[in-house]
Design a protein. Structure first.
Length: 169
């Protein structure tokens, strides 16, 4: 009788199931060869000094990019990406992180300044969009006045921006 224990332990080092083993092999292939793909760019995320790699698909819009991480790396909506001498805000990021994270980022086009509770002036790069169709009242029971100069602002999520409140102008 043949003892298959050693053979099974060798096969299962990269996963218990066929699917897990195939996923492991695909991750290893991308980690080994992905950076050679011209779509992968060196970036900094949230002003971290460590360079990371993102696949940035150029597309037709110069201010909007689809992105993909390397396996085992994560990126979240609200993260700030520094790439190509400009700041980009991650707008969407898939919560399914089993293989890679797909998402979108948009180039920041304004600097927003405000004063925090300590009196310090805070500056953040933001994505500012015209949004005359975007209207939301503070309370349902109050009359809502629609103005012509409404804007929609996307801002990074960090310890300073989390303290911003709805009625702060």
């Amino acid at each position: 009788m043949v003892d298959w224990t050693r053979y099974e332990s060798i096969i299962k080092t990269t996963g218990e199931t066929q699917r897990e083993r195939e996923l492991y092999k695909a991750k290893q292939f991308i980690l080994r060869n992905g950076r050679a793909n011209p779509s992968f760019k060196k970036v900094h995320i949230n002003d971290d000094s460590e360079e990371r790699w993102l696949a940035i698909n150029s597309g037709t819009q110069t201010y909007y990019k689809k992105i993909h991480t390397l396996p085992n790396e994560v990126i979240y909506p609200g993260d700030m990406v520094t790439w190509s001498n400009s700041k980009w805000l991650v707008i969407t990021a898939d919560s399914d992180q089993e293989f890679i994270v797909d998402g979108t980022m948009q180039q920041c086009n304004r600097v927003l300044k405000w004063q925090n509770e300590n009196g310090d002036i805070i500056e953040r790069d933001v994505v500012c969009l015209s949004a005359t169709a975007y209207n939301s009242g503070v309370e349902d029971t109050q009359l809502l006045t629609i103005g012509y100069d409404q804007i929609l602002i996307y801002i990074a999520y960090d310890p300073e921006t989390v303290l911003l409140d709805r009625d702060m102008r």
